[in-house]
Design a protein around this ligand. Structure first.
Ligand code: SF4
Ligand code: FES
Length: 235
């Protein structure tokens, strides 16, 4: 980051930060809370969900605080009427398409912004079959908000395994594996980082899932055992 310092105001409060600092980082420096979904401190920001939008100099477009950098003399508003309406609409659209029942942080935001769960009645939903194809975790992409955190943590942001990618386009975009292979046939090393970073119930440890489904400890032990490899035939 640059050594050059710049000064701006956030909700009227002056703050001085190194050039290149994002608005989200500057706001955190003065303990201003900006809501996030796709952003995570450990992954690259891509500005996908737009829940973090803020008003910069009353510009025509709101800016995503997790990727927009601070500018000298800028006047940023993090909670005016336009910003809050935008966040509310984003939450309502998300809720109309995705099962958020196991995403407590997003539900809390839904409450904070007084979002209306009936705003888009009859909207098409992202329905996916629950995938149970390995002994370690369950994937239910009906609960996926497409934040990309799992894809990134599996790639350059941490693991360099590249087991996850995105399939299809537009509304049908979803997380998948290369060639849509089952997890046991993919490069996945079952490090669990994707499960740990998922902000919803889309990725869930199999033990937790088994307990929720009412399986006994013995049954869970059986289902979470990795099958033994067959010994290679001697030549
Ligand atoms: S599975 Fe979870 S971490 Fe991955 S994109 Fe969906 S919501 Fe984000
Ligand atoms: S948190 Fe900034 S765009 Fe998602």
């Amino acid at each position: 980051m640059s050594e050059k310092m710049i000064t701006l105001t956030i909700d009227g409060q002056p703050v001085t930060v190194p050039e290149g600092t994002t608005i989200l980082e500057a706001a955190r420096q003065i303990e201003k809370d900006i809501p996030i979904i796709c952003y995570h401190d450990a992954t690259t920001s891509n500005g996908l969900c737009r829940l973090c939008v803020v008003d910069v100099n009353k510009g025509r477009l709101l800016q995503p605080a997790c990727v927009a950098q601070c500018q000298e003399g800028a006047a940023i508003e993090t909670h005016n009427e336009r910003v809050e309406r935008s966040r509310r609409t984003i939450l309502e659209m998300l809720d109309s398409a995705v099962d958020l029942s196991q995403a407590p942080e997003i539900q809390a935001q839904f409450h904070d912004y007084q979002a209306d769960p009936e705003r888009f009645p009859g909207a098409k939903r992202r329905d996916h079959v629950e995938l149970d194809d390995n002994p370690f975790y369950i994937r239910d992409y009906s609960q996926c908000v497409l934040c990309w955190r799992c894809v990134q943590v599996c790639a350059e942001d941490a693991q360099y395994t590249f087991a996850l990618t995105l399939g299809e386009r537009g509304f049908d975009t979803h997380v998948t594996t290369l060639f849509d292979l089952g997890m046991m046939d993919s490069p996945c090393v079952f490090c669990g980082q994707c499960v740990g970073i998922c902000p919803t119930g889309a990725l869930k440890p199999k033990v937790e899932w088994g307990l929720e489904q009412g399986f006994s400890a013995d049954e869970i032990r059986q289902m979470t055992r990795r099958p033994r490899r067959k010994p290679e035939a001697e030549s």
